[in-house]
Design a protein around this ligand. Sequence first.
Ligand SMILES: *Cc1c(COP(=O)(O)O)cnc(C)c1O
Length: 398
Amino acid sequence: MHKHPSALGVATALKPAAPVTLIRPQAAARAARFFAEKFPGKSLYAVKANPSPALLRTLWDSGITHYDVASIAEVRLVADTLPHAKLCFMHPVKAEEAIAEAYHVYGVKTFSLDTMDELEKIARATNGATDLELCVRLRVSSDHAQLSLASKFGVDLADAKELLMATRQVADALGICFHVGSQAMSPHAYTQAIERVRAAIVDAAVTVDIIDVGGGFPSVYPGMEPPALELYFDAIHRAFESLPVSYSSELWCEPGRALSAEYSSLIVRVERRRGDELYINDGAYGALFDAAHIGWRFPVKLLREEPANDEEMTPFSFYGPTCDDMDHMAGPFLLPADVRTGDYIEIGMLGAYGCAMRTGFNGFTAETCAEVEDAPMASLYDESIAAPRRANVVQLIK
Ligand SMILES: *Cc1c(COP(=O)(O)O)cnc(C)c1O
């Protein structure tokens, strides 16, 4: 792939008529090294956030050896891309055929579950295997997260005892996992969830070998400036150390967003302007699902060689290219007031749940990809940005 110095360089060189996906391997590598070095346990990359094989290889090369997969297609993809990776099948509701193929063909031994039904399914599909690592998914609150994951999966604390005891009988290693919701804006999300884990362990009186605190680690977006990740890691480590678990127990996490958000951005072109509405060539059916459906505000930047005539920033909303009224992103997205048809805009932080959600609806897609060397539009891993934020939050917590 051709390397360009910057997003502006790509827009100038290619004058692209369709959206261009930009990738920044160095940003993903920095995030991976951060988790590999600083998280006080093992970090499993949650593949659904962005399954691009190039990204998987970058993460592997930067120290991420474990992968959280949720479908048999993800199992096959990661096994083919990274033959030595350890795969953990962490979807609590799986097809029995998927469990069997994962175990017998790909050697997957780690599975999550949240019902007796699923436990029986796993036992049947693996022919009563005795080398399984089974993680019981506990339902926890999503109060601190921007995107709830509290209603679909997870056994209630009140029903956890029976399931933990039954799983202990089947598992070689027993784990407890949870997910606090995506983009968790406070470390308290994890400490509260770990308190629930403590209650479950005490109640069931079982030996637990793995505590998996799931995903939810945040990235930075306009209006969403989370505390430094070290504060999350410290809080999780302290809470984990105080749990009544076996001496050799392991701590795991499953970051998706935090490892991939900075990896990608997108160049779009303005095809029409109507007042403060811009008609651009990507949208809700492309990389901007979250911007359309849950009002996520991604950072934007006008890519023009000459400076804007008017430096004043104005709030805009976007329409995507399909013929659908719902293909609308409310924003607000702040851009210079003189934006016009033919201008290129970079939309940042789309590495997680952006590029991965693209469809080809209505014939609009983005086939061109370019590697760029400039910095992502925001970062959780840039020390010069992280330091003041960390100071703020230490005060906030006290
Ligand atoms: C989606 C998901 C993740 C990743 O969540 P992020 O908020 O992107 O970190 C991790 N674990 C499981 C089980 C998931 O479903």
